[in-house]
Write a protein that binds this ligand. Structure first.
Ligand code: ATP
Length: 335
């Protein structure tokens, strides 16, 4: 078999994926929008750059990537901007589970999955009439929290939804606590779960509202919090939270095995909120590498302890592919 290469879409966590692949000795390919090639050139992580105009042109490069014998490593941008059906029908080698995708993209299916995993979740309100506490109104499709708003009653909701007419949404209990994103890697080759790290997000404008006094916030009548992600901040959690963090990862994997063939494998993330009572609520799962792992090039403290060497999630993916090739079991890591 010709040498396997590692390819990804130029965005999100591509630098980390490509850097990790090179560290493991793979040749790398990035498929990138013309105006975004600079970082991939500057950091020297891509052996080949294929330029496209828009993300939606990605699948036009499929044949070329197949001819290159490339394994595609997916990330959030690929999931957000291309169709799940396109991913499913693609003949390109794909790292991770395709079967779990449909459980991830649908908010209702995802809640079912988390419920099956026995995790504490924020309450979901079926109708605006049922709102009896603060809720966060979330729209469908991972858009990094764009347009989300808080509502405290049906009247408040009715007023604020005007700007979003026609969009599908869910009403989720707003948990007062701190958001913590747990990163994991489920390894089919080593048959184990690895805790890779944690991050917190830096979101606009919610992370800057606290910089103005309540008096000024009230004066700025039209300012509602929004959750547009601008970056990720590394985080080490209290050690006493680790057992439960590991349980959460294990339970998500266990329940995924009941929902999809072979279950979920590769990197994933549980999005949680920890309350002052130290209760951990899990409100979402991402079934692939998350951008919150980007601060951990070259390593997180946890992956360093596990591997006794520096290990980013990007490098961990490449290591898994390498282990699979060495064992002649590449299929084990492909969806
Ligand atoms: P992505 O898919 O990239 O994670 P998203 O569009 O699905 O993004 P969420 O992660 O669900 O967005 O939410 C955006 C932000 O809103 C979170 O980072 C968190 O700060 C806040 N948030 C979401 N759900 C809740 C909740 N139930 N209680 C309190 N805060 C929440």
């Amino acid at each position: 078999m010709a040498e396997i290469k590692i390819a990804t879409l130029g965005s999100h966590s591509a630098l980390q994926i490509l850097k990790g692949a090179k560290e493991e000795g793979f040749e790398t390919i990035v498929v990138c929008r013309k105006h975004q090639v600079k970082p991939y050139k500057m950091f020297g992580v891509a052996d080949k750059i294929i330029e496209i105009n828009n993300f939606s042109d990605f699948w036009k490069t499929e044949k070329q990537l197949i001819d290159e014998n490339a394994v595609l490593v997916p990330h959030g941008t690929l999931a957000a901007y291309t169709d799940v059906d396109e991913i499913k029908k693609s003949k390109l080698m794909y790292f991770g589970s395709k079967d779990i995708l449909k459980w991830e993209v649908s908010r209702t299916k995802q809640q079912h999955w988390l419920k099956k995993a026995g995790l504490r979740q924020p309450k979901i309100f079926k109708r605006p009439e049922d709102i009896d506490r603060s809720v966060i109104v979330k729209f469908y499709g991972a858009e990094g929290g764009k347009g989300y708003f808080l509502a405290n009653s049906k009247e408040d909701f009715d007023k604020k939804i005007q700007a979003h007419k026609g969009k599908r949404y869910i009403l989720q209990e707003y948990i007062i606590g701190v958001p913590v994103y747990n990163h994991y890697f489920q390894s089919p080759m080593l048959d184990r779960l690895e805790l890779m790290g944690f991050d917190k997000r830096y979101e606009s404008n919610v992370d800057s509202l606290g910089r103005i006094s309540a008096r000024d916030q009230i004066a700025l009548k039209s300012v509602d919090p929004s959750y547009v992600i601008t970056g990720n901040i590394p985080l080490v959690v209290r050690e006493s939270f680790l057992s439960e963090a590991i349980d959460i990862g294990e339970n998500i994997v266990k329940s995924s095995q009941k929902l999809a063939k072979r279950g979920m494998f590769g990197p994933f993330c549980a999005e949680t909120i920890i309350t002052p009572e130290k209760e951990i609520f899990t409100f979402e799962v991402s079934a692939r590498i998350v951008a919150g792992t980007n601060p951990y090039i070259p390593t997180s403290p946890y992956s360093y302890m596990l591997w006794d060497e520096q290990m980013s999630t990007g490098k961990r993916i490449a290591r898994e592919i390498k282990l699979a090739i060495e064992n002649n079991e590449l299929n084990k890591v492909l969806g």
